[in-house]
Design a protein around this ligand. Sequence first.
Ligand SMILES: C[S@@+](CC[C@H](N)C(=O)[O-])C[C@H]1O[C@@H](n2cnc3c(N)ncnc32)[C@H](O)[C@@H]1O
Length: 231
Amino acid sequence: MAKFKKHNKFDGIFLSGYKETQKIYTVNLDFNKSVYGEKLLLDGDLQYREWNPFRSKLCAAIKCNARKIFINPSSKVLYLGASSGTTVSHVSDIVTKGIIYAIEFSSRSLRELVQNSVDRQNVIPILGDANQPHEYLKFITGAIDIIYMDVAQPNQSEILIKNAKMYLKPGVGKFIYTVKSRSIDSIASPKEIFAKEIKTLEENGLMVTDNVNITSFQTDHVVLFGRYQGL
Ligand SMILES: C[S@@+](CC[C@H](N)C(=O)[O-])C[C@H]1O[C@@H](n2cnc3c(N)ncnc32)[C@H](O)[C@@H]1O
């Protein structure tokens, strides 16, 4: 039977196995439900869900040695680009005392997200366009601790900036931003695109504190972690 140990840096995340074969897990909040075909493993009273870094950029960033992921059991997360809820479900396992406002603009993906999170009380699926942050203001109560953004759109830094200005407290709020260079420009080099994205964020008060290259799991992607300083 697999032996699970707590991750030495991140609350709510567990490891099993050694070196190359080591896998990442969260504890299933929705017993016996597998969201995207991931393995479920019992250990005592707890059921662990294998977190696949090829399916989730946050997991890939953890595998690629992200220094901090900001998300902890009490976090209030605004998740932009929730899709059917693959990564949302693992974040939901972690934020057992927090909440996730999960924004998705495709009604088909939202339907799947609703089905996948019907028994997850900490997930609020919202049909909305992340370009229009005021659209979902009425669903959100209290301050947001972290914006997680994975929308794969050419204007994604603009989307993050708008949402940060509206929902994050300057000096306190954090962001996690997955950047796929080819969503922004299919011709320029990924290195140039990532540097330009970071510059644009910093000019708008979003300070990048960690830049994690996850190309070994998702081609031409980085995950940027940082803090909203305000202007
Ligand atoms: C790469 S997928 C997200 C995968 C998901 N974050 C995960 O890891 O499980 C990008 C998603 O963003 C959604 N999206 C793109 N633009 C959006 C927008 N302006 N507002 C809301 N959702 C958007 C797409 O419909 C798609 O489901």
